[in-house]
Design a protein around this ligand. Structure first.
Ligand SMILES: Nc1nc2c(c(=O)[nH]1)N[C@H]1C(S)=C(S)[C@@H](COP(=O)(O)OP(=O)(O)OC[C@H]3O[C@@H](n4cnc5c(=O)[nH]c(N)nc54)[C@H](O)[C@@H]3O)O[C@H]1N2
Ligand SMILES: Nc1nc2c(c(=O)[nH]1)N[C@H]1C(S)=C(S)[C@@H](COP(=O)(O)OP(=O)(O)OC[C@H]3O[C@@H](n4cnc5c(=O)[nH]c(N)nc54)[C@H](O)[C@@H]3O)O[C@H]1N2
Ligand code: SF4
Ligand SMILES: [Mo]
Length: 671
């Protein structure tokens, strides 16, 4: 049998951006493994992508276009050719646009791929030229982005490989054991050299079990915790006044807002021992280099933006910058902001005034008028599984007068509610250019096999719709190569990026793969300084910047339901490969007082909805916190509802983000 090894990379929604070696046998992908082209990959990858052949060739793969053949949601579809499918979609778009205006069309996309060709390219060309409603892509990273932008102008963070140089590592609401596995080895190396590890997480994660200190705070209380440490640093003379005077604005205003938060008050609010908070503050003040990995756990609640701003303020207040392994890491994708995505869209102009927050998709579909949403085009996303207020999302998708297109590689829960389903290629079947948001790397990949079934790439399908709707313009970058050329040409050092990719299979940012904060990379705020109290953030936050909003629990819904990343899916991607029902996890105390034992059938409920599933007792959960992982499909519970059936569609203080972990629930045994 002829086996060939081909180079690729993983553009999925994961910080690590692995480089891959793919074994191809007789035109089919036989196995996927890690390579060393992206140094962070270090020759290994996660178990999810090792199973990628099951994703490509499994029974849930969409093999050809299909149109609904029965009632909405009945699941009955009939295969059609591409021509007929695209004719229907183009005709529905033209009709919606003619009757209700372009804004009656809503594109819906997010995390399917972090590639430059699959999002903000030909898709943006189509939807902008149609004058479609704009989607505010806020389901993830919007509050952290707003905070990191306001305080640092999104200064690039500490390289993940540089964690081995730290003496103290703080994992703040980040669980890389599942969500970005390549941070594990640098942390292990640092630990072998004596570095201390602090984990701030309501759960005793694997890293928390191994940590020197685990702060098992109540969800949503990161803000008081960070403010109390800031207050303590100032009050005990551990703040770096010289650094602040030279490099920061707003330190006094931050100090004033932190002033009321003593260690004792924050410990009470977070429900953790005050001695642990003091130990954390002392360890942070006395350790150099000290690095904080801020994850996305702190952003999934009402206090998100202020909490992340306060967490990111810590290295400035304590003077932790300027050394290798010191500072913070949030998202590193801003390292690539020199690449202008509107070059791929070839349509910089925004025609639509209407913006729809994706976290409120259900409301947009059921409540918006002038104009109502008449056509929803879902790609790179699975909103039935991933968007809050699931009952409302489903109600919207059930509307008889809504025309829904789902463009995906697999038959997702959302696809089953569509009018037209279009088969998408996976990243091993199309050309892609992608950057990491953890690893500092830009990579290009060519297809390693031909498309499975009749699948087509996003570039091909959106390009074809542009043409069918008569929206093409001379000079549009139509081919995949033309899009990549346009993107690289938009960057000031595009020729170097191109040459590096051609030579090494990857390029690093101009500052290299391992920048030191405040040495090689600097704040990119308007003032050029760190801004610890940006006026715009203070005005935007409902309780003001660093204003704390208390826990939303009620007597009827006392438990906090969190839905963090699991090792089996990426958001909902690969959900079809997760066998069997998935249980709700409860702390031993919460289970006991409810008379719930391992394996019991339970109803998890609040005013938004309910989930029926089994219970599992997990001693690693703190009291008052229950867990149902993110990314489940309807097949994983008894009644088809998942965590998002219980998540409110309220928005975070900054950035319009999702408040998944503000879900408050009650649980009872069934039968
Ligand atoms: N295997 C896998 N990898 C993934 C993903 C996936 O779904 N699966 N998703 C990808 C995506 S889209 C993202 S955004 C990243 C996310 O990666 P992470 O930053 O790791 O995000 P989460 O898993 O949402 O949450 C991280 C931790 O925060 C904790 N947490 C929950 N609420 C709070 C809180 O209020 N405060 C604090 N301090 N901690 C809290 C959770 O218990 C969890 O252990 O991972 C990416 N990588
Ligand atoms: N309860 C709860 N819900 C959450 C979260 C949580 O913490 N709790 N986390 C949220 C987070 S962090 C995120 S990022 C969102 C992500 O939510 P979504 O953006 O909905 O991401 P996925 O669930 O991964 O769905 C991506 C889909 O894109 C498809 N896809 C992949 N590549 C391509 C392509 O090239 N073309 C096309 N057309 N399709 C493609 C995949 O097959 C997959 O079905 O979920 C959020 N949902
Ligand atoms: S999902 Fe993350 S760890 Fe897995 S292969 Fe992709 S980049 Fe690597
Ligand atoms: Mo995310």
């Amino acid at each position: 049998m002829l086996t060939e090894t081909r180079h690729s990379m993983c553009p999925l929604d994961c910080p690590d951006a692995c480089s891959l070696e793919v074994k191809v046998e007789e035109g089919r992908v036989a196995s996927v493994a890690g390579s060393n082209v992206n140094p962070l990959t270090d020759g290994f990858i996660c178990s999810k992508v090792r199973r990628f052949p099951d994703h490509m060739y499994g029974p849930d793969r969409v093999l050809q276009p299909a149109v609904r053949d029965g009632d909405k949601g009945s699941g009955a579809f009939r295969p059609v050719g591409w021509d007929e499918a695209l004719d229907r979609v183009a005709a529905a778009m033209a009709a919606a646009s003619a009757t209700f205006g372009g804004e009656s069309i809503l594109p819906f996309c997010y995390g399917g791929s972090n590639g430059y060709l699959t999002q903000d390219a030909a898709d943006a060309r189509l939807f902008r030229r149609l004058g479609a409603s704009r989607l505010l892509r806020t389901v993830c990273a919007a509050p952290t982005g707003a905070a990191a932008d306001g305080v640092y102008g999104k200064m690039p963070g500490v390289a993940l490989t540089d964690y081995e140089h730290a003496r103290l590592i703080v994992m703040w609401g980040c669980n890389p054991t599942v969500s970005g596995i390549h941070l594990g080895p640098p942390i292990a190396r640092a630990r072998r050299q004596g570095a201390k590890l602090v984990v701030v997480d309501p759960r005793r994660t694997r890293m928390a079990r191994e940590a020197d200190l685990h702060i098992a705070l109540r969800p949503g209380t990161d803000l008081p915790l960070a403010l109390a440490i800031i207050n303590w640093l100032f009050e005990t003379g551990h703040a770096d006044a010289d650094f602040l005077a030279a490099h920061a604005l707003g330190a006094d205003a931050l100090r004033a807002r932190a002033a009321g938060w003593t260690l004792a008050r924050a410990a009470a609010e977070a429900d953790v021992p005050v001695a642990d908070v003091e130990a954390f503050a002392r360890l942070y003040a006395s350790s150099t280099p000290a690095v904080i990995r801020c994850g996305w756990g702190p952003e999934r609640n009402r206090n998100a933006g202020s909490a992340v701003a306060a967490i990111l303020a810590l290295p400035a207040v304590a003077g932790k910058f300027g050394v290798r392994g010191g500072g913070y890491t949030m998202s590193n994708s801003p390292a690539w902001r020199d690449i202008d995505t509107s070059a791929a869209a070839a349509t910089p102009e925004i025609l639509s005034a209407r913006a729809v927050n994706m976290n409120q998709l259900g409301a947009a579909l059921t409540e918006l008028d002038a104009p109502p949403v008449k056509l929803l085009f879902v790609y790179n996303a699975n909103p039935v599984a991933t968007i809050p207020n699931q009952r409302k999302v489903r109600a919207g998708l059930a509307r008889a007068d809504l025309f829904t297109v789902v463009f995906d590689a697999v038959w997702t829960d959302t696809a089953r509610l569509a009018d037209v389903v279009l088969p998408a290629t996976t990243f091993l079947e199309h050309t892609e250019l992608a950057r990491g948001y953890g690893a500092y790397v830009l990579q290009e990949a060519r297809p390693v096999v031909k498309p499975v079934g009749e699948a087509r790439s996003n570039n091909a399908v959106f390009g074809e719709l542009v043409r069918r709707l008569g929206l093409a313009r001379a000079g549009d970058p139509e081919s995949e190569d033309a899009v990549i050329d346009a993107l690289l040409a938009s960057a000031s050092d595009g020729p170097r990026l191109r040459a590096d990719i051609a030579r090494d299979g990857r390029a690093f940012p101009a500052f290299g793969p391992t920048p030191v904060q405040m040495v090689h990379v600097f704040p990119r705020t308007p003032s050029g300084k760190i801004d610890l109290f940006p006026a715009a953030l203070d005005q935007a936050a409902p309780a003001g910047l660093y204003g704390y909003r208390p826990d939303p629990a009620t007597a009827a819904a006392p438990l906090a339901l969190i839905s963090p990343a699991s090792g089996r899916t990426i958001s909902s991607t690969f959900g079809q490969l997760v066998a069997g029902p998935v249980p709700l996890e409860l702390s031993p105390d919460d289970a006991r007082v409810r008379g719930i034992a391992e394996g019991d059938r339970v109803r998890v409920f609040n005013t938004l909805g309910e989930v029926h599933c089994r219970a599992s007792i997990n001693a690693d959960l703190r009291g008052g916190v229950a867990m149902l992982p993110k990314g489940l499909w309807s097949r994983h519970t008894d009644n088809g509802a998942t965590a998002n059936a219980l998540c409110p569609d309220t928005l975070t203080d900054l950035g319009g983000g999702a408040c998944f972990n503000d879900a408050r629930v009650e649980v009872e045994r069934i039968g």
